[in-house]
Design a protein around this ligand. Sequence first.
Ligand SMILES: Nc1ncnc2c1ncn2[C@@H]1O[C@H](COP(=O)(O)OP(=O)(O)OP(=O)(O)O)[C@@H](O)[C@H]1O
Length: 253
Amino acid sequence: MNTLHKELTRTVLYLDGISVSFDGFKALNDLSFVVEPGEMRAIIGPNGAGKTTMMDVITGKTRPDVGSALFAGQHDLTKLDEADIAQLGIGRKFQRPTVFESHTVRDNIVLSLAGKRSVFDTLFARAREEEADRIDRVLDTIRLADRAGMMAADLSHGQKQWLEIGMLLAQDPSLLLVDEPVAGMTDAETVQTATLLKEIARDHSVVVVEHDMSFVQDLGVMVTVLHEGSVLAEGSLDHVSADERVIDVYLGR
Ligand SMILES: Nc1ncnc2c1ncn2[C@@H]1O[C@H](COP(=O)(O)OP(=O)(O)OP(=O)(O)O)[C@@H](O)[C@H]1O
């Protein structure tokens, strides 16, 4: 095994030289980006920087014109479809919550497990017990244990976002992609979401796209700044916010 290959197999996500064009316009332009196992990374960048398109490439929704996208150092994401990629362990949470409103909080988690469950699992009490434990753990993590019997429709917007994060977690993905989780949340919910994601990041890799800088500050993780489809800067939030080029693109200079 050569050195490059060893390096690759240690990465959760490895994007190299990815470009995506829409009618000649380059939404991603030679984008390279690596996430290590157990890492949480925040992605920021002005509107149109390519954040959503990057998530679309990772999840197989959009095919790049050129470039490599590897998951766990071995799965070529550019050749797999969305269902295969989800099955491999990449979970995505879109910006708007899409919970099952007319089901309880707990049933939302149970329903999200359906795809993971085999016919045999449902027949064995042991598997059912393990599943119940897992559901309880998820409900604790997303701070909804005491609302498990409530209809999802009656949750606040922030709680719905947490429930949807829980629905992803129940499937135990190794990489979670989270798109603007705190948009529309109260300040208190925003702070709690940072704590919740930090807990999740203890045993999952997480990529979170967000415009809310106080939230990104709370996460306290490495930040990647995208601009015009490429990485403009990388480092702590303090480091990238002091970068003249980053200041310029945010001020539109
Ligand atoms: N399907 C598409 N067809 C044409 N252009 C597209 C398409 N999808 C994205 N774009 C363009 O590609 C660029 C990057 O868009 P993208 O949504 O990835 O940016 P973003 O960083 O997620 O922006 P925002 O913060 O506003 O969500 C934008 O200029 C957008 O208009």
